[in-house]
Design a protein around this ligand. Structure first.
Ligand code: GDP
Length: 424
């Protein structure tokens, strides 16, 4: 059984948000597929069609619809853990939506490349703004007739009042869409015509007919970053081109800093077609590169039991007392009742007695599971920053805090969520 602590800097707790039909499910499926491949390094893969793969995984009890699913993605030979939290696709500010936004640290917003920004894209965008969730964008379905990446980018400006950092340019359009220009590396990533799942793309020189456009957009990208980042601004004023590493780091800083609720959100924008398996691997790289780790949130604020005015802060550290939030209760066909929790501080071990600070009752933790796409992994111990499912909780409902009995805290106030006044 796994007992090692996670290196929090290598954890990403993310949600995928979209207007219905934009491709959230397909993108999630592809993410689980590609991450599954990267995790099972050494196994032989037959390049099965995705649909077959999904069928097989379903038979084995795939947990794509799970409240949280864990996968792993290697970037530059460093393995990262990505927990994908299901964000319900409701159109309004429900407690459930808000709660899922609260337990994630970053998000991917998926757009339909034909429809662009749609009404529910605006809704989820505002919800993410309200919770200060840093996010990256994926303009999907570029293979469809009528798809227009740049129109979607314009809509992100006009309808979402955001500042997109265009990170890629599409190569080819509609049925001829075959790859992207990576504007940081100034390289073309090209998928073969009949891309099978699991195949990487070829990294080649930018096609000649796109060279001028790529240079123009690269300049815009550097300018956009410079406007929001002093280090790049200094280089820009000196007329020095930033290195790849400098740009990666600056785009991360800018994305993470852009969590103000009223400020226009700076957001890196990527593109592809999840359905045709183009663009998802660079998107995963971007999740790791640009979205926050639990360590990027300095501390979560809770309140003292029976004294809502006393603020208690908990840092994302195993050294702190346990504080975890139950965010979803699910019924698993094999295991029965599962409570999904996010640990904010401290350590939780199987069999431990914890305090439900809202009900002021003790609870015994049963088994702890990490849910993967195709299996459940039982773990003995889980630390700050992580998301898992636990068995055995009898009284805890969603929104309640589980904590160290000697150091109680309430993470989600009883009057949550605060009323929202929507301005049309
Ligand atoms: P969700 O409602 O956002 O979860 O959207 P789905 O992932 O279920 O996708 C909605 C429909 O669009 C499905 O029929 C998908 O097969 C299709 N779809 C998803 N991604 C793409 C894409 O990149 N290209 C095309 N042509 N269709 C896609």
């Amino acid at each position: 059984m796994a007992t090692t602590s996670l290196d929090l800097a290598k954890v990403r707790n993310i949600g995928i948000m979209a207007h219905i039909d934009a491709g959230k499910t397909t993108t999630t499926e592809r993410i689980l597929y590609y991450t599954g491949l990267s995790y099972k390094i050494g196994e032989v893969h037959d390049g099965a069609a995705t649909t077959d793969w999904m069928e097989q995984e379903r038979e084995r009890g795939i947990t794509i619809t799970s409240a949280a699913v864990t996968c792993h993605w290697s970037l530059n030979d460093v393995q990262n853990t990505i927990n994908i939290i299901d964000t319900p696709g409701h159109v309004d500010f429900t407690v459930e939506v808000e709660r899922s936004l609260r337990v994630l640290d970053g998000a991917v917003t998926v757009f339909d490349g034909v429809a662009g920004v749609e009404p529910q894209s605006e809704t989820v965008w505002r919800q993410a703004n309200r919770y200060g969730v840093p996010r990256i964008c994926f303009v999907n379905k570029l293979d469809r007739t009528g798809a227009d990446f740049f129109r979607c980018v314009d809509m992100i400006v006009e309808r979402l009042n955001a500042q997109p950092l265009v990170m890629q340019l599409p190569i080819g359009a509609e049925a001829g869409f075959k790859g992207v220009v990576d504007l940081v590396r100034m390289k073309a990533l090209v998928w073969s015509e009949d891309t099978k799942l699991g195949e990487m793309y070829d990294t080649v020189d930018i096609p000649e007919d796109l060279q001028a456009q790529a240079e123009e957009w690269r300049a815009k990208l550097v300018e956009g970053v410079a406007e929001n980042d002093e280090e790049i601004m200094e280089l820009y004023l000196e007329g020095t081109e930033p290195t790849e590493e400098q740009l990666y780091a600056a785009i991360r800083r800018v994305t993470l800093a852009s969590t103000g609720t009223d400020a226009s959100t700076v957001t890196p924008v990527f593109c592809g077609t999840a359905f045709k398996n183009k663009g998802v691997q660079p998107l995963l790289d971007a999740v790791v590169r640009y979205l926050p780790s639990p360590l990027d949130v300095e501390a979560i604020e809770g309140q003292a039991v029976r004294n809502p005015d006393e603020v208690i802060k908990r840092k994302p550290s195993e050294e702190e007392p346990l504080a975890a939030l139950a965010f979803k209760i699910a019924s698993d066909p094999h295991l029965g009742k599962l409570t999904f929790i996010r640990i904010y501080s401290g350590v939780l071990t199987a069999g431990a007695q914890v305090q439900n600070s809202v009900k002021e009752k003790k609870e015994r933790i049963g088994k702890i599971y990490r849910m993967h796409a195709n299996k459940r992994e039982e773990i003995e111990r889980v630390g700050a920053g992580d998301i898992v499912a636990v068995m055995g909780l009898k009284q805890t409902t969603t929104g309640e805090t589980l904590c160290d009995p000697a150091n109680p805290v309430i993470l989600e106030s009883m009057d949550f969520p605060a009323p929202v006044i929507e301005v049309a």
